[in-house]
Design a protein around this ligand. Structure first.
Ligand SMILES: *Cc1c(COP(=O)(O)O)cnc(C)c1O
Length: 446
């Protein structure tokens, strides 16, 4: 980690004057469609701190959207990626291969669930991994339909926009979308009409009924689901839902794809979130946390499925770039050495404890409708007090109050009413608690 002091420091308004100046240049030069949660320009980052160009030090509860789990300047990532940079930056694996790519695929085979023979292919972004999972599943099954779920998020390319549920901001005006994509219900416990205890069984029955009656199971190449839904609101499908969908896929020759791009690599306190209910996916997509901030993604799965695409059918100029692969090997080394699964579980313990206390102090829970998530992937769903009506305004106000005090938090959710916490897994417990203190004070501003 770079030598940034692990202390919050607020010297100016946030954003400060230098950030405001850069923001003006950015507005003139950068396309308006590319947004930023908080227009504070980064000077350096590491551990649980982001230092901006005005010298402010923010507590990081975002990890660049679940990417820098090992920190934004992890020693092993910097060491290995720097050495690789000096050796060579690129050859294109499809032209002349190199060992780092192979080693990442070997590690993925070891770390992902199941002891069957596995293979991987590497790409650059999460969306690209999901696209390739669909290509592979279609080549293997010789079927075309793809099933996804309410509140699902899978990316911003044309096919993955089609797979993504939420219109604004991801899809509005960007159609037409890829065909043969079908959306079915997910077991969203907090909002399931007959209650969370019934959601797993009822939602899976409903989803399976729709697949059978509206698509035909024999036409379905892949069912793709996030074991903990990310952008959609950190929804953990109610118990029983995932195993039932996985069983249905298996019984019908459908490739079951776990999109672990956000939930994977120790984020939920396990290597992969699907392990929680003993799910062994046929294919698993990874990205975000995989390489300590360098762009890398992967599809990993059963060797016979992965080998279904003909030679030359998969790839891309930069896929599995050697520097990104070196970063991934450094990130994995860090995860093991620092037991980041254990650290994630400790983050859950601290956060859920503190959030529970905050909720208990508000009459009837106040605006905190639900506290959920696993490991260092924790969220609160905000509602109009005493109802389940989503309160996006309160969510935005809370985020803004946290930002002003030097705590970076992100929002998400289909209704824009979820505050999500994704601290780097290496964050110190003092910073974690200080961040939660700021959040607690922010409730008073509502
Ligand atoms: C972020 C995300 C993606 C898309 O990844 P990009 O790298 O942004 O293309 C896909 N699926 C899930 C679950 C994600 O969280």
């Amino acid at each position: 980690m770079s030598d940034i002091p692990q202390e919050r420091r607020v010297l100016t308004a946030i954003p400060g004057p230098k950030s405001v100046e850069l923001q003006a240049r950015r507005t003139a030069a950068v396309a308006a469609g590319v947004g930023s949660t908080l227009p504070v320009f980064t000077a350096r980052a590491g551990g649980g701190i982001i230092e901006d160009v005005d010298g402010n030090r923010l507590i990081d509860f975002g990890s660049g959207i679940a990417v820098t789990s090992v920190g934004a300047s992890a020693e092993a990532v910097v060491r290995r990626a720097s050495a690789q940079l000096a050796d060579f930056t690129h050859t294109c694996f499809m032209v002349t291969p190199y060992e780092g790519y192979v080693e990442v695929c070997e590690r993925l085979a070891e770390l992902t669930p199941g002891d069957h023979a596995k293979k991987s292919a590497l790409f650059n972004s999460g969306a690209e991994a999901v696209e390739n999972a669909v290509k592979i599943a279609r080549a293997y099954t010789k079927r075309t339909a793809v099933v996804v779920f309410d509140h699902g998020y899978h990316g911003r390319t044309n096919l993955t926009m089609a797979l993504t549920a939420k219109n604004m901001p991801y899809k509005q005006g960007f159609g037409p979308f890829a065909p043969e994509v079908y959306r079915v219900p997910v077991a969203y416990g907090y909002r399931w009409p007959t209650g969370p205890e019934n959601a797993g069984a009822e939602a899976s029955a409903q989803a399976i009924d729709e697949i059978t009656k509206q698509i035909g199971a024999q036409n379905v190449a892949a069912i793709i689901i996030e074991p903990v839904l990310g952008e959609g609101g950190f929804i953990e499908p109610a118990k029983g839902f995932l195993p039932e969908i996985a069983r249905f896929a298996k019984d019908n020759g459908i490739v079951f794809v776990a999109d672990e791009i956000q939930s994977g690599f120790c984020r939920t306190g396990q290597w992969f979130a699907c392990e929680d209910e003993g799910i062994v996916p046929d294919l698993i997509t990874t990205a975000k946390g995989i390489a300590g901030g360098l762009p890398l993604s992967a599809v990993t799965g059963r060797a016979e499925i992965m080998d279904a695409a003909h030679s030359g059918g998969l790839g891309g100029t930069y896929g599995g770039n050697p520097v990104a692969c070196a970063g991934a090997l450094g990130a994995i080394e860090t995860m093991i050495e620092l037991d980041l699964n254990g650290r994630a579980r400790r983050v859950e313990e601290v956060m859920k404890g503190r959030l529970g206390e905050m909720r208990a102090k508000l009459p009837n829970g106040g605006v905190i409708g639900d506290i959920r998530g696993r490991g260092a992937m924790i969220a609160i769903e905000l509602v109009k007090s005493g109802t389940k009506e989503p309160d996006a305004a309160a969510t935005a106000a809370l985020a803004k109050a946290c930002h002003a005090e030097g705590l970076l938090v992100l929002t998400c959710g289909t209704y824009g009413n979820v505050l999500r916490f994704l601290p780097p897994l290496v964050i110190g417990e003092d910073l974690l608690n200080e961040g939660l203190d700021i959040l607690e004070q922010a409730f008073a501003t509502l």
